[in-house]
Design a protein. Structure first.
Length: 53
């Protein structure tokens, strides 16, 4: 169950428990690594497309 804290009109939710924290770390890793490898992935997909033709 998350803990919430109200700051004026803003409500901030904080996760409680290791599972949620681990999930958030995994999501952050995916979101930061995916854009950096996007060019390499696109190049590999294009090479595969050319070789299939």
């Amino acid at each position: 169950m998350p803990v919430s804290l109200r700051q004026g009109l803003t409500v901030v939710y904080a996760p409680v428990g290791g599972d949620v924290a681990e999930l958030i770390r995994a999501a952050l890793r995916i979101l930061t690594e995916l854009p950096s490898g996007r060019h390499e992935l696109l190049t590999a997909l294009r090479e595969t497309e050319v070789s299939v033709r």
